[in-house]
Design a protein around this ligand. Sequence first.
Ligand SMILES: Cc1cc2nc3c(=O)[nH]c(=O)nc-3n(C[C@H](O)[C@H](O)[C@H](O)COP(=O)(O)OP(=O)(O)OC[C@H]3O[C@@H](n4cnc5c(N)ncnc54)[C@H](O)[C@@H]3O)c2cc1C
Length: 408
Amino acid sequence: MARQVRELAYDCDVLVVGGGIVGLSTAYAITRAAPGTRVTVLEKEGGPARHQTGRNSGVIHSGIYYRPGSLKARYAVRGAAEMIKFCAEYDIPHAVTGKLIVATDRAELPRLHALVQRGRENGIAVRELGGAQIAEYEPEVRGLAAIHVGTTGVCDFAEVARRLGEASGAEIRYGARVVRVDRRPELGVAVRTAGGDVVRGRVLVNCAGLYCDEIARMTGDEPGMRIVPFRGEYYSLARERASLVRGLVYPVPDPAFPFLGVHLTRGIDGGVHIGPNAVPALAREGYGWGVVRPREVAGTLGWPGAWRMARRHWRYGAGELRRSVSKGAFVEAVRRLLPAVEEGDLVPAAAGVRAQAVLRDGTLVDDFLIREGARAVHVLNAPSPAATASLPVGREVARRALAALPSV
Ligand SMILES: Cc1cc2nc3c(=O)[nH]c(=O)nc-3n(C[C@H](O)[C@H](O)[C@H](O)COP(=O)(O)OP(=O)(O)OC[C@H]3O[C@@H](n4cnc5c(N)ncnc54)[C@H](O)[C@@H]3O)c2cc1C
């Protein structure tokens, strides 16, 4: 009887904020690991995956880039294999295409070589190619040398998220924007939505992506970071020119930045996406220069880390801004990989915004960052390859949420 009364006081055991791929994967992992656990997901939009998860490159990353031993490396390698299995099991469009990483400048050759080593350390097979061999994979791409990674693929992450939500059996409430969180460490959380509903749970899981720092602060936990939103802008190759690119072509990444540079991606829909760049967004969901939210801009400018980051990286940022405002400059960057491309071949496509966590000292958080408070688990940095890695990441978040559940 006492147990029944206690259960009635809660609407669920675990309350997840955010219906992107990380929140829905967490819901899925909880109900798999502990059947009978009541999970409610609150998502402010009218459906799943409307932000980062539905606005990305759609690439199942192999894990070659990431520092051996990092969470990114571990989760990406495992996550890529699991993602392909999940897509096959749930009949979600996907393909293992492989990808080329191409050096176009002599200065990039040592970094390309270092990537081969890193790939081996992460257990990823790569094939090294001389400039002339690039044409075996991509006849229109030019470079001094390249590596081919066989395990990279593409899929529809928005559809993966939707199916994870369905398969989880969780109650998913759309149009439910969380505006307030009351936490009593000995009791649990009561969350209020913009519509005035109150939902009570024993444990809160914060997977709010671009707003994860705000949700953490609403809960009463100071996260020690703030989200600085970076928009990634894309073009598509005009349909009649899409044959210029067969698969996935990436430049050699600059190790100083978590963003990977403009790449060419033939998506699962057959279209070729080119991008993204990385420019500061004037709103967390600012998908164009015209979207400005003064409160959010003021929040970013009020964070000392944002200024420190800007001082450190302004030179890189200036190049990205130039490519944002000048299509000619963007095309120039693409031509380094794909000389045949003309300005008229590129058609503007939907942009995405990355939720980049920045620490007080200006450090861009590179790896996953998951922190716990009383009765709360906060996912504070879920950068690329978080979509690829969402199954193992969801399991880790679920493990922590279940550990925070008091036994009844
Ligand atoms: C341009 C770009 C390219 C990328 N390319 C790749 C790639 O090719 N491969 C890859 O693996 N990864 C890629 N990523 C990374 C990947 O998309 C993200 O890491 C991943 O989607 C993060 O998922 P999430 O669930 O944490 O965030 P989101 O998908 O952003 O989900 C968070 C959800 O929380 C909701 N929310 C926020 N605040 C509230 C609130 N107050 N109340 C209720 N709900 C709320 C939002 O509406 C949103 O639906 C890319 C990202 C970007 C932006």
